[in-house]
Design a binder for this molecule. Structure first.
Ligand code: G4P
Length: 538
């Protein structure tokens, strides 16, 4: 069927994730964005959900909250003619490989940081994944109502820690604490005055003064006026120019300053972000590049969420639409089975509820009922089969040797481990020299180990024995000058293989990785691997 509206729908779509370290204000910012979109009438509901979710760290409780986290995995709303899809990247204790995979389904990222803390650990990890895909990254420096680092220092930090140059789009006035005066918008040459007070529940009226307006000096006070003039001049000569091509290729990050909880700087940020950032991008398949405006429908599965009810094995598969038009009930070719399947009961996620969807377009996220047929990275398409170059496996950071308490239950144990590995909750490794029985589980976030233990017990009736291993890094061996046993490695480094029997090295520290590379010329190590048929090989 012809869809004349396809180009228009693609052009107005924006699909992105907010990446940040816990406590930088992601929940608050998300909530404010939804507020502007009219998706929620009152700020506070996302927060309430989060409070419910983190009231306990007990996995069972988190599992009970699953319905909630499903809803917040993708949020859709309209603003200024745009259709916006925000993908959630959980922080906190449920940080997992899922978080990384979600970034594969986005077209851009908003990097949020606390002005007093600058670039923090989790931001660095998420940034690296965005970098792999060269997606545009927009920086929002939050909590300007409180004392923070000098903004020039923050620009320096972006460059030193993340290796990305920045271009401030606006600039804060008064960053030492309670003296925050507002921001200067470099593109409009206007100062937006900070109103103070808590505007948390509503949108704020804006007071702007032109930079050349004589009343500005009085409005913000002479010392701040003088400092602003100095900064403006310095930025013009010393800063990077605004270059949209560089931004869209992920080489330059535009920087914004504001305060999410005070609703300050959020709307100017949102408007510029939506205008500058990309609509759904073309994606690479084994049949070449597919444009989002291609009539052929394509999409891929980037996340699989298990059912909260252990009595049911069905799951929810999240698909990102890449091209063409999605229609409820359509038949599509499914890459891992090689068969045609019908997409019934598709769901789309509004801010607070999910509802059945009839039509959807590239950039949109659809939840598909999954009786256990979907695999991460699966392509779904109409017409001739194509496959998107899968979702990579990301390096786990925690490793345990796992086995069933009752050796008679080994079969169920293997089945459960395979199932969880297919969902992408864990990765498995073996050390070939240590005996056939060993199974190592590797995860990105430590909570996933508890998930593994709990689900094996609940769903497979297996009591798990797990023993922590000291490794913190896995690297896939892309090329080696000699057999791995002959490499010069530190005594704490282990040789292992992943579930697709590809060679890997397990390291305890970065120093060992560096030594392995220095001492073995020609050794090529990678931080990610193709997902391949990793699951099928177990
Ligand atoms: P997260 O999702 O990134 O973890 O952060 P979240 O939004 O939960 O924000 C973490 C804390 O930072 C919250 O305070 C929140 O109110 C505060 N915050 C967010 N934006 C701003 C801001 O612009 N200025 C200031 N001063 N604080 C901000 P909390 O004490 O943990 O919770 P609450 O009692 O305020 O709800």
């Amino acid at each position: 069927m012809e869809h004349p509206e396809l180009s228009r729908e693609v052009a107005r779509r924006r699909t992105f994730a907010i990446i940040s370290h816990p406590d930088a204000g992601k929940t608050t910012l998300t909530e404010k964005l939804l507020l502007y979109g009219g998706a929620i009438r009152q700020a506070g509901s996302v927060k309430a959900r989060k409070a419910a979710k983190y009231a306990t760290s007990d996995w069972m409780e988190i599992e009970k909250q699953r319905g909630i986290s499903v809803t917040s995995s993708a949020m859709m709303f309209d603003f200024d003619g745009y259709r916006i899809n925000i993908l959630d990247t959980p922080g906190h204790q449920d940080f997992s490989e899922d978080t990384y995979r979600t970034l594969v389904a986005t077209d851009s990222a908003v990097m949020l940081m606390d002005c007093a803390k600058g670039v923090e650990e989790q931001t660095v990890k998420l940034f690296k994944v965005c970098r792999l895909r060269s997606i545009p990254i927009f920086t929002f420096v939050n909590k300007l109502d409180r004392a923070g680092k000098d903004p020039f220092e923050l620009m320096e930090e972006l460059e030193q820690v993340l290796g990305i140059r920045s271009c401030p789009v606006n600039w804060p006035i008064g960053v030492h604490g309670s003296d925050f005066k507002g921001v200067y918008h470099r593109d409009t040459r206007k100062v937006e005055l900070y109103q103070g007070g808590n505007h948390g529940q509503s949108q704020v009226d804006v007071t702007e003064i032109d930079l050349d307006d004589p009343s500005l000096e009085q409005a913000i006070g002479k010392p701040y006026y003088d400092k602003l003039m100095e900064d403006v001049e310095l930025l013009d000569v010393a800063g990077d120019p605004f270059d949209l091509d560089m931004i869209l290729s992920g080489q330059l990050t535009p920087m914004f300053f504001g305060s999410a909880s005070n609703n300050f700087g959020v709307e100017p940020f949102l408007k510029r972000f939506l205008e500058y950032t990309k609509s759904p991008t073309p994606r690479t398949s084994d049949q070449g590049i597919i444009e989002p405006t291609d009539e052929k429908f394509t999409g891929f599965v980037f996340k699989i969420q298990a059912n909260m009810n252990p009595a049911h094995r069905d799951r929810l598969a999240f698909m990102r639409i890449c091209s063409g038009v999605f229609e409820k009930g359509m038949s599509v070719w499914h890459s891992s089975s090689g068969k045609d399947i019908k997409l019934a009961q598709p769901q789309q996620f509004m801010a607070q509820e999910h509802e059945t969807v009839d039509l959807a377009y590239p950039g949109d996220i659809i939840g598909l009922f999954d009786p256990g047929i979907f695999r991460l990275g699966d392509t779904l398409c109409t017409g001739a089969p194509v496959r998107y170059s899968g979702i990579p496996l990301f390096a786990p950071e925690f490793f345990c040797r796992v086995s069933p308490l009752d050796s008679m239950k080994r079969k169920q144990f293997l089945k459960g481990v395979q199932q969880l590995s297919q969902e992408g909750a864990i990765q498995t490794f073996k050390r070939p020299n240590i005996g056939r029985e060993e199974m190592i589980a590797g995860v990105v976030g430590v909570l996933q180990m508890e998930v593994l233990e709990h689900r094996l017990k609940q769903e497979y009736g297996v009591d798990l024995v797990r023993e922590s291993l000291p490794f913190r890094y896995v690297r896939w061996v892309d090329a080696s000058p000699k057999p791995l046993e002959k490499l010069r490695l530190t005594s704490t480094t282990a040789i292992a293989e992943d579930s697709a029997q590809r060679p890997v090295l397990l390291f305890e520290n970065e120093w060992s990785i560096r030594l392995a590379q220095e001492n073995n010329e020609g050794l090529v190590l990678k931080e990610t691997a193709d997902r391949l048929e990793a699951d099928a090989m177990m």
